[in-house]
Structure formats: C-alpha cells, structure tokens
Write a protein that binds this ligand. Structure first.
Ligand code: NOJ
Ligand code: CA
Length: 565
C-alpha cells in the first residue's frame, strides 16, 4: 500500500532564502558560499596503533598511515584525525602524553610525520592532531618537576591539595576510570587530582603559565603543517576551587564506585575562556577545532560553538550516537535539533571509545545493509561527518572474552561489567592474509575473525560491498551542491519505517529515503504535484528505485535521487 506523504511545500521552501550556516571565522579559504574547507571536508579518525604497521612490530605507525593515503583519498577522505601519536607510556594508549612536541618512537619520528604531512598535502588531505588538554602523563617533565617538591617551578601546574586526614582524600570526587580522583604522593604529603587514570594528572588551567605553554603547543604544530586539533576531554578542564563534594546519585558504577553527578568536576564555565583563547590561535592558522563534547542536549552543544561562534567549529554531536536503534522518529528529532543548532553540525556514529555502529545498529542478520543505511544517513546530512576507521568496511566490535586478554586498563578494573574499549580498536582489516594485512607480526590486539569476509581488498572488488557503497555516497557528496550546502527539509514526519528528507540548494533538490525496517516499503512522494517531473537515481541499494512518484525501498534500503522539473 502506498502511504501519503506529509510533504512540506517545496515551492514555499525553495522560495525561502537559503540560510547557509555562516562561515565562522575569517580564514582565507572560504568558497563562494562563505563555507570554509572543514565544512565540506569528510573527516576520518585513525587510531594509529591499529591502522597499518610498516615495520611489523605488531603496532601501527605513521609510515603505515602514509602508505594508506591513496586508499583514503580514493575513499573520499579530506582530513584525517590521528589519535595521539606523541611520546607516551601508553597507559591510556597515547592519551597520557609525556611530550607534546614529538612523536612516540613506536609510531616513528618527526621526520616521518613531516613526510606524512607533505604526502597528505599533495593529495589534498588535512591532518588533525589529538590535543590532550586536560592532563599529561605522570612521566611528563612538567609533572616530574611538579611532584618533586612543594616549591618546584611546576608545582602549581597541576592540582595539589591536602587530604582530610591520614588516608582521606580531599573530597569525594571519583575518577572516570575507577577509584578516587585523588592520589596521595608521599614525597610532598599531598594529593594530586586525576579525572582519568592515576597516571594522567590533571593540568591546572587556572595557572596562566599552563595556558601559555599549551597554546604554544598548538602554534608549534600549526607551523609544522597541521590543520587543526581534536580537543580531548574538554569538559573536564576545570574543577570547583572550593572542592565541594559531587552529589551522590545512588547505585554503583562498573568499578564499584558510587555514581556521582559531576557538577563540580565537569563543564565549569571557565572551559569556555580556554576555548575562546585556543580559537584565536587557531584562526591565525585557518585551522579547525573539533571537540570531544559530551552534551545532554542542544543547549549544551550550542555553548561549545560559543556565543558568537568563537569557540569550537566542530563540537562533536554525540547525542547522535545515543540513538542506538533504527528509529526514524528518534533520528528525525535529533537531526532537527542539530540542524537548528547555532553552528555547523558534526555527525559521528562511532569512535575509539564506544561500540562500533555496525553492532549498535546491526540486527545480526542484515548488518551490511544496515551499515549502508547508516552511511546513507550521516553522509547525506547538512554538516561535517567524521568516519571512524573500519566503519567503511563494516568492521565489527570484537571485545575480549577473558579478563587476561584485556589491554585497556578500565576493562581489568571493571571486568566483567566493563569489558574495555579493546573491541572497537582492533586492527584495520586490509585483506584476507594473516593478521589481515595489518602487519606480518602478531598484532597488539587480535584480528577479528570477520577479517575473512570484511576487508578492503575483497570489498574493493565487490560492487555491492559496504566499502563500495561508502565510496559511491562520498563521491556523490563531494560533487553534489545540494548535499554539500542544501537545507535539510524533513518529509513524512509520521512515517515509522522510512526516514526521508530533502536537501535543497537553489534549484537543486535531492531526495534521501532510508528504510529503517526489515520489510519492503513503497512511498508515494507526490513529487509531480510539486512540480517535479523526474526523479533520477543517484545512489541506491539493491532494488531500491523510483518510478513516477513512487519510491520503492528494499528492506533496509537506501534511495538517493535528484528531483528535476
Ligand atoms: C577521551 C578519549 O577519547 C579516551 O580514549 C581517553 O581515554 C580519555 N579521553 C582520557 O584522555
Ligand atoms: Ca609498527
């Protein structure tokens, strides 16, 4: 049966002046529409340990990334965000930085980085580094000096406090990774604060010297050719100076600690002063700041853009990742909210900290179709998408099955409730050979068995693969003005099976229809009544197609078509 659409009058819509999201800084590289490079770019997160291993020690490295630049270019990637590759004891696999201006030997050298940067530039690929702003490693020279005495030069670069008495930390604040957030240090008889692991002491951002040193780090890398930063854990930069206890909300987390409402340890207003300062530096280099911004609603997300769009250009919208089922209604609600946000939207469906989208949305039987469906969704919305490595080939989360196998420390502290983030960090699956072509040595995390069916080499040969679909959509997205710049117009807002919308730019209109159900769907979009005589298929899965006004979608099918008068 054909269902009737609740079509928003396209004629009215087309006559509306196009509200382009304004370019948000005064950089030089705006296009005719006022958009800057990062608004049209497709970003791709690389977890360097797991992407490609050039020297066969089982751990990915920079030369490995360089060797895959052609693959990334061919896929349709314009910018790579490399998770931390700086010197680090690797307690948190690089998020514990011991030197911000160097490369960890396991990943290569600064010279290797320069080669990567210049080879990427040749291909028009920007490099984004991960800037761990909240904390350093406990092996960083600043912290080693800080802990050496109460009067050391760097003492006040970290957060040191007296305990409440022997064995009693200053207050009830818990670490996000288990246990108290305070660690007693006998050398100076004080506690230092660590929001994350004990080995990740928080920097004291109330100290101007910290701010200056950290801002200089970004200048140093900008001058070396990077195009921006992904800012790690920005929510946690400041804590209540009066050390008030966080309210306890009842129950215990996987580490056995009481749940707390982190009102005195996250999202303090001072965060925004830092972001405005970092943005000023960034604007001098026409760069981009991406934020790891966990927000509960759009009002919170808007704060990260800044009151006059003078903070983060791309605060990541993790609200999108909280829609964990194929629900058109839920996605509609979320897309509308982000579309109305005060800055340019950023869409993310996976990263190195959460279960992969393949498993969050997959039903176990149609996972490849659903992976294409999700690509059809977040790659056709108005905003910047950030892919996570392996998503484009349908990589599956493969968590450890035994505590002894766990590499990520939270999985050992929280086992079995928290099984670690290892499952979403497994080696990239390049081909069917041993270790999936990632390395000739045993890899640091085991290669999932699905490498036999989901790998770049095989999927490159298969026109129906998840990879082939990603390439098609990304190719279309780069060339199609409506997908790049067009306004988002939801259609059929009561449809419980099909999520559909238009992307409309001047006289170009693209229809996107996504079947989120396991049954075939036919929808009469009544295009002819709105002056459109033809619907040309641009990208579609399987038998999904348009005939006259009717779009037929196979189960979990995608149809993307150009409407013409
Ligand atoms: C967020 C990062 O994405 C995560 O991997 C890391 O463990 C924490 N920040 C601490 O840096
Ligand atoms: Ca290596």
């Amino acid at each position: 049966m054909h269902r009737k659409p609740s079509w928003i009058l396209v004629s009215t819509f087309l006559s509306l002046s196009f509200l382009t999201a304004c370019a948000q800084n005064s950089g030089k590289s705006k296009d005719a529409e006022g958009h800057q490079w990062w608004q049209h770019a497709v970003f791709y997160e690389i977890y360097p340990r797991s992407f490609a291993d050039s020297n066969n020690d089982g751990i990915g490295d920079l030369k490995g990334i360089t060797s895959k630049l052609n693959y990334l270019k061919d896929l349709g990637v314009d910018a790579i965000w490399i998770s931390p590759c700086f010197p680090s004891p690797q307690v948190d696999f690089g998020y514990d930085v011991s030197d911000y201006e160097n490369i960890d030997p396991m990943y290569g050298t600064l010279a290797d980085f320069d080669v990567l940067a210049s080879e990427a530039k040749k291909r028009g690929i920007h490099i984004i580094l991960d800037f761990v702003v909240n904390h350093t490693s406990d092996q960083h020279k600043w912290f080693l000096d800080s802990k050496s005495s109460r009067t050391s030069e760097h003492r006040d670069w970290y957060v040191w406090r007296d305990g409440k008495g022997p064995g009693h930390p200053p207050n009830n604040w818990n670490s996000d990774f288990g246990g108290s957030a305070w660690k007693f240090d006998p050398t100076t008889n004080q506690y230092y604060y660590h929001y994350f692991y004990v080995q990740q002491p928080d920097l004291n951002w109330r100290n101007p010297a910290v701010k200056d040193a950290m801002f200089d780090v970004t200048r140093w890398w900008y001058q070396r050719g990077v195009s921006g930063f992904r800012l790690d854990a920005v929510d946690t930069l400041f804590e209540d100076p009066n050390l008030r206890d966080n309210p306890v909300t009842g129950g215990t987390n996987p580490y056995g600690d009481p749940y707390e409402e982190k009102i005195y340890t996250t999202k303090l207003p001072e965060v925004h002063d830092v972001l405005r300062g970092l943005r000023k530096v960034t604007d001098q280099y026409n760069g981009v700041l991406i934020g790891e911004t966990w927000t509960a609603n759009i009002a919170e997300l808007n704060k990260y853009y800044g009151e006059s769009n003078n903070e983060l250009q791309l605060p990541m919208d993790f609200l999108f990742t909280t829609v964990n089922k194929l629900s058109p209604a839920e996605f509609r609600k979320q897309i509308a909210a982000v579309d109305a946000a005060s800055g340019w939207p950023t869409f993310v469906i996976s990263n190195h900290d959460i279960v992969r989208s393949y498993d969050r949305y997959g039903d176990g039987q149609h996972n490849d179709q659903i992976a294409k469906l999700m690509a059809g969704l977040y790659l056709t919305l108005r905003g910047t998408p950030i892919l996570y490595y392996g998503e484009e080939i349908g990589m599956k989360t493969t968590p450890p099955t035994r505590k002894e196998e766990v590499k990520d420390p939270i999985g050992r502290t929280g086992w079995p409730k928290e099984k670690s983030r290892d499952g979403e960090r497994t080696p990239m699956q390049w081909n069917e050979s041993a270790n999936a072509g990632f390395s000739t040595a045993a890899s640091w995390l085991p290669v999932p068995p699905t490498a036999a069916t989901h790998n770049v080499a095989d999927e490159s040969k298969d026109p129906d693969s998840v990879l082939a679909f990603y390439k098609k959509v990304l190719k279309l997205r780069h060339a199609n003005r409506a997908l790049l710049d067009g306004t988002y117009v939801p259609l059929n807002e009561n449809d419980q099976n099909v999520l559909s919308y238009l992307r409309s730019y001047k006289d170009q209109v693209v229809l996107v229809a996504l079947n989120m159900s396991g049954a075939e769907q036919k929808i009469n979009f009544e295009m002819s009544q709105h002056g459109f005589s033809t619907t040309k298929s641009l990208v579609a899965t399987g038998t999904s197609s348009a005939k006259g006004d009717v779009v037929t979608l196979e189960p979990y099918g995608v149809f993307i078509g150009q409407l013409s008068k």
